[in-house]
Design a protein around this ligand. Sequence first.
Ligand SMILES: NC(=O)c1ccc[n+]([C@@H]2O[C@H](COP(=O)([O-])OP(=O)(O)OC[C@H]3O[C@@H](n4cnc5c(N)ncnc54)[C@H](OP(=O)(O)O)[C@@H]3O)[C@@H](O)[C@H]2O)c1
Length: 284
Amino acid sequence: MKILLTGANGQLGRCFQDRLPEGWQVRALGSAELDIGNKSQVEEAVLSWKPDAIVNAGAYTAVDKAESEPESAARVNTLGPENLAHAARSVGAKLIHVSTDYVFDGKGTQPYRETDTTNPLGVYGKTKLDGENAVQAILPEAAIIRTAWVFSEYGSNFVKTMVNLAEKRDELGIVSDQRGCPTYAGDLATAIIELLQSNAQGGIYHFGGDREVSWFEFADKIFDVAVSQGRIEKKPTLNAVTTDQYPTPARRPAYSVLAGEKIKSLGVQLSNWEAALTEIIRKF
Ligand SMILES: NC(=O)c1ccc[n+]([C@@H]2O[C@H](COP(=O)([O-])OP(=O)(O)OC[C@H]3O[C@@H](n4cnc5c(N)ncnc54)[C@H](OP(=O)(O)O)[C@@H]3O)[C@@H](O)[C@H]2O)c1
């Protein structure tokens, strides 16, 4: 299997490379080597390597910044996957594209299924949804995996931020009225590999953590693990705050739990994020 991996230096990109099955070849390109918003660069990279599959781990992921940079976000999150879908089609490669729970408005009360109505609240979610639609229009065989609340040993993420804050502060306010499923990027990488191995049908798949929490509950768990690992001396005092008390440029869905039944029916396990936390906090 020959893979072209884009966004190779992000959380998912790095975790994917760590888990590459034996015998698979990967051409792993970071944004400096391949800008997915650049059509001719994408064509050149795909035509010269002729991959069996393209895994798009590249994205504009700065949710708040996207509100003031909609063109930059759209270039990466919409035009990028569109370029990749065209190029994949031209060489007959599979495409695995990654999207987000932020395509939903969070007004639901039951885990979101792949067929549920989308209604993004912000620029990031809107540009990701436009990217999904572009991919589906060009290459219906492509698999689009929506994921959520991604963390890993790489890059910056909520887990690292919390551990670093605990070293500086005795007390923290954490949002308690947004619920979702934390997802370990390593488990997402494994799921992508399994999808490629399973010859899964094209379409949208939801993949997230196997237990929902609020950010407050997630932080609480992170500190329990960090204390038990000796990574921090003591747990800071946590105060639950509401979204209204912690305004951000981008609105976020209050409830973005993803239903994982469809991907589980292929034999793919959801992310056991609590087990992953123990592993990665050890590595910080
Ligand atoms: N992080 C989350 O909480 C979360 C939640 C839901 C869904 N997702 C989705 O999951 C996927 C993986 O996210 P992640 O957490 O691994 O993101 P990440 O760590 O922010 O990595 C994204 C990577 O994309 C690269 N990139 C940016 N612009 C690019 C361009 N024009 N061409 C090629 N690559 C470009 C970035 O490179 P530079 O660093 O050089 O800019 C970065 O290495 C994304 O599709 C994201 O939308 C993430």
